[in-house]
Design a protein around this ligand. Structure first.
Ligand code: AMP
Ligand code: GLY
Length: 422
């Protein structure tokens, strides 16, 4: 069969690479994909934008696509899966209504509250004065979130009341995030360590994956602005293992059931951004798709066939997934300046992977003769499988260190939480 992946980043490169390993898969098309995906064996980039639903559906029909997988959140919130389903095509991703779990923080919090899914206490405001008095009442630290999608930038973890009030002013009065900030969610600041816990979901069928930890800040020591993610590793061995079963029981399964109960059954990847607190796992946010760069460390560990897994879940089954015991680490190389302003078109030489356990997943790159040029903020991630986290991380850095990467930067401390303890 043929597969269509929608999106163009490192997550989609990883998905395409993994789908291409399925024996039953003939060709993986990625729309719009990128130049590196086009070079991946069995994969092809297709010049259709992710928001062009009509063209995507027409392409899927013409090319006998048996399964479409949607990578990013924007086309989901835009209703791309609804368009595929209406056309009678098989697609793995939530409907527009179910994608509100990621598209509206207020919607997600409302369901969590109604179904007692552990999360930070919160209140939602459309009136800035009311938001500000709530902040004065609650005190700091406190978290201010734009309700809608703000490309990962709509969250302020405020250490002081003044900082929180400034965030409210920026979102609600200065409209820094446009419509997305006309409503804000203000919530309790949770303490603990963050983790990404994702599952394949269809209605009440839930198949959890192994966990990963992302590094959201731009610079070493978790300093600097929030980014889409600068590196990740899996598994996350230093946290007590019991929370994983607990999070499946108290968070992922009840959420899937709640969505069915609410008449908006969820199909696709349910991503719990969790804080492991002293009182157990709490939800920071839900996403309605695979994490990026978490995918770059989770799928290399997945021994089960991705196509078979998704088809089984779509049939309501809960297949036992097989994972390698090996650990995986990925380090993102980004354009200098990211997540702020950065230059495109910088030519660079990609360090060569040392084995088939190490590979590049590209996001913002372009072919330029024999070399590569930057074409985005996050350019690519080098992902390495190894017997343990320490080896996975050090082998990644060894390869990265072999070639100068002028105009690019990367964090030197991926997995520092685990490595400090070892
Ligand atoms: P988000 O865009 O929802 O992923 O939030 C960005 C970051 O803000 C998260 O990765 C957390 O580090 C932090 N954050 C969000 N909500 C909370 C919370 N309730 N308590 C503490 N930190 C939070
Ligand atoms: N890496 C965080 C995310 O995909 O939302």
């Amino acid at each position: 069969m043929n597969i269509l992946v929608i999106g163009s980043g490192g997550r989609e490169h990883t998905l395409a690479w993994k789908f291409a390993q399925s024996e039953r898969v003939e060709q993986v098309y990625v729309a719009p994909g990128n130049d590196a995906i086009a070079e991946e064996p069995g994969c092809q980039s297709v010049p259709i934008q992710e928001n062009d639903h009509e063209k995507l559906v027409a392409f899927a029909r013409e090319n006998r696509i048996g399964l479409t997988m949607v990578g990013p959140e924007a086309p989901l919130v835009d209703g791309v899966t609804d368009a595929f389903t209406e056309a009678g095509l098989t697609v793995f991703g939530p409907t527009k209504a179910a994608a509100a779990l990621e598209g509206s923080k207020d919607f997600a919090k409302g369901i969590m509250q109604k179904y007692n899914i552990p999360t930070a206490a919160y209140a939602t405001f459309t009136n800035p004065d009311a938001a500000m008095s709530y902040i004065r009442e609650q005190g700091a630290p406190i978290v201010v979130k734009a309700d809608g999608l703000a490309a990962g930038k709509g969250v302020v973890v405020a250490k002081t009341e003044e900082e929180a009030i400034e965030a409210v002013t920026a979102m609600m009065q200065d409209h820094r995030f446009g419509e997305a900030g006309s409503r804000v969610v203000i919530e309790e600041c949770l303490e603990g360590e963050e983790l990404s816990f994702m599952a394949f979901v269809h209605g009440t069928a839930v198949v959890p994956m192994v966990t990963a930890q992302d590094h959201k800040r731009a610079f070493d020591g978790d300093e600097g602005p929030n980014t889409g993610g600068m590196g990740a590793y899996s598994p996350v061995p230093h946290l007590d293992g019991t929370w994983q079963a607990e999070a499946e029981r108290t968070i992922l399964r009840p959420m899937a059931e709640a969505m069915v109960n609410e008449g908006v059954p969820f199909t696709g990847i349910l991503y719990g951004g969790l804080m492991i607190t002293a009182d157990g796992p709490r939800v920071i946010e839900f996403n309605a798709r695979f994490g990026d760069p978490e995918t770059q460390v989770i799928l290399p560990r997945m021994m089960s066939d991705l196509t078979d897994t998704i088809e089984a879940v779509l049939a309501g089954e809960e297949p036992d997934l097989v994972w390698t015991e090996e650990a995986c680490a990925a380090v993102v190389i980004a354009s200098e300046g990211y997540p702020g302003e950065y230059k495109k078109g910088t030519t660079f030489t990609l360090p060569v992977p040392v084995s088939d356990k190490q590979r590049w997943f590209h996001a913002g790159s372009k072919r330029h003769h024999e070399q590569w040029q930057t074409a985005g903020g996050r350019v690519a991630a080098l992902s390495t499988l190894a017997p343990g986290i320490d080896e996975a991380v050090s082998r990644t850095y060894e390869t990265l260190g072999q070639t100068p990467l002028d105009g690019l930067f990367y964090r030197r401390d991926i997995a520092h939480h685990v490595r400090k303890k070892s």
